[in-house]
Write a protein that binds this ligand. Structure first.
Ligand code: HEM
Length: 410
């Protein structure tokens, strides 16, 4: 058993503001053995230098199949339903050389250029979503904006026909709103995965310009992605790019609404069309209160020492990105939101070979989303008492259930 020392972790106060607890850990127990809400014990890594090193350490494996303790841990907190839906072999669960090969194949299809060409479509989507509530004077920025945006965006990119996109919205809703009730999540994952398998099969005979066609076409030294691999890849793009983007927009808007002087700076950049300043602002919002609180699971392949702590073979390690990105040893005045921050090597998208593949898309969506909201809702403010804001449970992600706002109607 682990002796509980230091601040309470994973209770309601922690969910609302985990940063004081992380500051304590960084200072007093930088690699800390914690009991997770599921009962599983894992090492939490909270200092920036240790976190960055751990993310790139090949001795920390992503493959839970190698260790029975690891199987036990991810069985409870991995992608819900992933075993039943047979989506285990995706990028975040494998090591080189398989990871190297799959990542190269998907990178050939999911290129920064494809994302850049997608910008007009993302702008159209953000505009249409804001049209839905701009005349009303109130909205829930999660449910009506941050939630549908990444679903429609990734469906469009993948090449899911418009007529089927409402199914995805429903399945994604089941995944988000039933977190904790694993049956519903598992069913939604299974349906999404089944649909993608069929879509890939259909597209094989009729390739187009979309990302799924690109995945089918991708080949590497004569090797192609199997249909199974392509479906797992499409699924992980959806899964990894969905709740993360919802929370980047939600947490980002909340941070702006709580810091009027920073909000005023962002508004001025939007009005001036200063995309470079807005790009920097999004990076700072990601550092300050990013959507991925902890990087996904890693397991020690061999005994190792991390931040002065011995970690035994097979033990789970969780890198706390939210703690690392507020480390005063790396960032000046780390608890201050400063949208103009210049040197900002945050770990919000991870580091090393698993660095976020969707970062260009996430950046584009966040920039377009904040730009549209600030332009169209000039006096937007939080519509409830801040104590009433509720955070979604769950270990890896950090995000609000709802963000009710009011503003002068258009
Ligand atoms: C990996 C963050 C959006 C696809 C990661 C990792 C982080 C991250 C921290 C590394 C996890 C680890 O090492 O354990 C984010 C954030 C996002 C975002 C903060 C939005 C704000 C997206 C989007 C997509 C995407 C939009 C795709 C459409 C992926 C994939 C990986 C990944 C495929 C696995 C890469 C690999 O293992 O090689 N992301 N992500 N992400 N992300 Fe993102």
């Amino acid at each position: 058993m682990v002796e509980e020392v230091g601040p309470a972790l994973f209770d309601r106060a922690f969910a609302a503001d985990p940063y004081p607890a992380y500051a304590w850990l960084r200072e007093h127990a930088p690699v800390h053995r914690a009991v997770l809400p599921s009962g599983v014990e894992a090492w939490l890594v909270t200092r920036y230098a240790d976190a960055r090193r751990a993310l790139a350490d090949p001795r920390l494996s992503k493959n839970p199949g190698r260790h029975s303790a690891a199987e036990h841990a991810t069985g409870r907190v991995g992608i819900p339903g992933e075993r039943s839906a047979n989506v285990m072999t995706h990028l975040l669960n494998i090591d080189p050389p398989d990871h190297t090969r799959l990542r190269r194949l998907v990178s050939a299809a999911f290129t920064p250029r494809r994302v850049a060409e997608f910008e007009p479509r993302v702008r159209e989507l953000t505009g249409r979503l804001v049209d839905g509530f701009a005349g009303r004077g109130s909205a829930d920025l999660i449910g009506e904006f941050a939630f549908p945006l990444p679903i429609y965006a990734i469906c469009d990119l993948l090449g899911v026909p418009a007529a089927d996109q409402e199914d995805f919205r429903r399945w994604a809703g089941m995944m988000l709103h039933t977190s904790g009730k694993r049956g519903g999540v598992g069913r939604a994952v299974k349906r999404m995965r089944g649909y993608l398998g069929e879509l890939i099969h259909r597209k094989r005979g009729d390739l187009g310009d979309d990302l799924i066609s690109g995945l089918i076409r991708a080949s590497d030294h004569g090797e192609q992605l199997s249909e199974e691999e392509a479906a797992a890849m499409a699924f992980i793009l959806l899964f990894a790019g969905f709740e993360t983007t919802v929370n980047l927009i939600g947490n980002g808007m909340l941070a702006l609404l709580r810091h009027p002087e920073q909000l005023a700076r962002a508004r001025a950049w939007v009005a001036a069309g200063d995309e470079a300043a807005l790009t920097r602002a999004v990076e700072e919002l990601l550092r300050y209160d990013g959507p991925v609180e902890l990087a996904t699971w890693r397991f020690a392949n061999e005994p190792l020492t991390l931040g002065g702590q011995r970690v035994a073979r097979g033990e789970p390690v969780l890198v706390v990105l939210a703690a690392a990105d507020r480390d005063p040893a790396r960032f000046a005045d780390p608890d201050r939101l400063d949208l103009g921050r210049r040197r900002n090597p945050h770990l919000g998208y991870g580091h090393g070979i698993h660095y976020c593949l969707g970062a260009p898309l996430a950046r584009l969506e966040a920039r377009a989303a904040l730009g549209e909201l600030l332009r169209r809702l000039p006096d937007v403010r939080i519509a409830v008492d801040e104590a009433e804001l509720r955070w979604r449970g769950g270990l890896i992600m950090r995000g609000l259930r709802a963000l009710p706002v009011e503003f002068s109607p258009e």
